[in-house]
Design a protein around this ligand. Structure first.
Ligand SMILES: Cc1cc2nc3c(=O)[nH]c(=O)nc-3n(C[C@H](O)[C@H](O)[C@H](O)COP(=O)(O)OP(=O)(O)OC[C@H]3O[C@@H](n4cnc5c(N)ncnc54)[C@H](O)[C@@H]3O)c2cc1C
Length: 383
């Protein structure tokens, strides 16, 4: 296809300057013990760290100043989040709000929602969860059964969402509900709502993941009231909203840097004079990383121009999650690690063990590999 391209983008001088500023901030935070690098990208939450990011202007970076933003370019934002992910900083608290809920509200929210919520997100004080998946509805998102019914002044929500990351620490959730029609009518009659997670009728229960951590939840809605002006894009626009949102969710460096902190530690373990076979394995990983980064920054450039590169984003996520899953496998092969289940593990051992437990989830969250490949094939005109 002629228009399927990843044009190179040049980082503007402001982004280059910002990179060293963010790096200095993160080095200082680590030196002061504010956080230790981790793997997984966006799984560690620390509201104090998020507030510091807000104070330094690293959240809501591209949004208008009148809503608390900083009117910087998408590429400047790219550089800031890339630096944070590269050292495994605890970004989870603000991550979803800054990456996708805030931009959705800015584009499609009511004026009241924008004024009430966006400055709080940009200050690092307001966090969001995503309520798309349901017990029988993951890949087949248009099959959601949770319902919204009209009531005076707004809507009543009933139903159940699962795998809701960080709902237990979030202030709001943007959820997809069926607001009219029957479930068989699929894409028609879906609406996204901004739901206050403290509203009566909401219950949040932990779902522990495979390594016993509480990262996602089940959220139930029992006659939860949502005011009329808290839809995203208006009633019936839910499908258009979720599909545009996924271009933001799928193209960023969080889709290939999850295990980068492990790669850095593995280089340290390897030392300055590695065996040529090990050097070749690691060299291949670095070449893949450079290519992915090129593709991902190119998408940031397209988003900056107001384009919606959904197919390219799906491709970056598919290749990116394959890459971040490959790092622990290569590292295990080249630098075998005896299982050590004690508390006093070194950083390399900690990151490697965690990455091996986590890595299966990288190609599930945000859309599975099979679903992405279907989107890519359709985008390329192959199906
Ligand atoms: C760590 C993590 C965090 C998450 N956070 C959130 C969150 O915050 N909010 C949220 O809403 N969801 C979240 N999810 C859910 C995630 O989006 C879903 O798990 C994902 O979309 C898959 O849905 P499912 O689990 O229902 O699997 P299913 O849809 O049942 O799929 C099972 C398997 O079948 C395959 N499959 C399904 N349909 C097809 C098809 N048509 N063709 C070929 N293969 C197919 C899939 O690829 C998969 O391998 C999270 C998941 C994980 C792992």
């Amino acid at each position: 296809m002629n228009d399927f391209r990843f044009e190179p983008v040049a980082m503007p001088a402001a982004a280059v300057a910002l990179r060293s500023e963010v790096r200095t901030f993160l080095d200082k935070e680590m030196a002061e013990g504010s956080f230790k690098p981790t793997v997984g990208a966006m799984v560690a939450a620390d509201p104090a760290f998020s507030r510091k990011c807000g104070e330094r202007g690293y959240l809501g970076m591209t949004w208008p100043k009148e809503y608390g933003g900083h009117e910087r370019s998408a590429l400047e934002r790219y550089v800031a989040i890339e630096e944070m992910l590269a050292v495994g900083a605890p970004v989870m608290a603000h991550w979803i709000a800054d990456r996708q809920s805030g931009p959705q509200i800015l584009r499609h929210g009511s004026e009241r929602a924008k004024r009430m919520i966006l400055p709080e997100i940009a200050a690092g004080r307001c966090y969001f969860a995503i309520g798309m998946s349901e017990p029988d509805t993951g890949s087949d998102l248009a099959g959601v059964k949770s319902r919204a019914s009209r009531t005076e002044g707004g809507y009543r929500l009933n139903g159940r969402k699962v795998w809701t990351s960080f709902a237990h620490g979030s202030h709001y959730l943007i959820g997809l509900f069926r607001s009219s029609g029957r479930p068989e009518e699929r894409h028609i009659g879906l609406t996204q709502f901004i739901v206050d997670l403290k509203a009566p009728g909401i219950t949040i229960r932990p779902i522990l993941n495979v390594y016993g951590a509480h990262e996602f939840n089940e959220v139930t809605f029992d006659d939860v009231f949502v005011p009329e002006d808290m839809t995203v894009g208006g009633e019936g626009q839910g499908w258009a909203m979720v599909t545009s949102e996924l271009a933001y969710e799928r193209s960023g460096p969080d889709r290939f840097l999850s295990t980068f902190p492990l790669l850095v530690e593995a280089f340290r373990e390897l030392g300055p004079d590695p065996h040529p076979a090990a050097a070749a394995e690691f060299g291949r990983l670095v070449a893949h990383l450079a290519t992915l980064r090129h593709m991902s920054t190119s998408i940031a450039g397209m988003l900056q121009k107001g384009e919606s590169p959904a197919t390219q984003a799906a491709l970056v996520k598919d290749l990116g999650t394959t890459f971040e899953q490959e790092i622990p496998e290569v590292v295990r092969r080249v630098l075998p690690l005896e299982a050590r289940f004690t508390q006093d593990k070194d950083l390399y051992a900690q990151l490697q063990q965690l990455a091996l437990q986590q890595m299966a989830s990288y190609s599930l969250r945000g859309g599975t590999r099979e679903i992405l490949r279907g989107i890519i094939a359709r985008g390329l005109g192959l199906r």
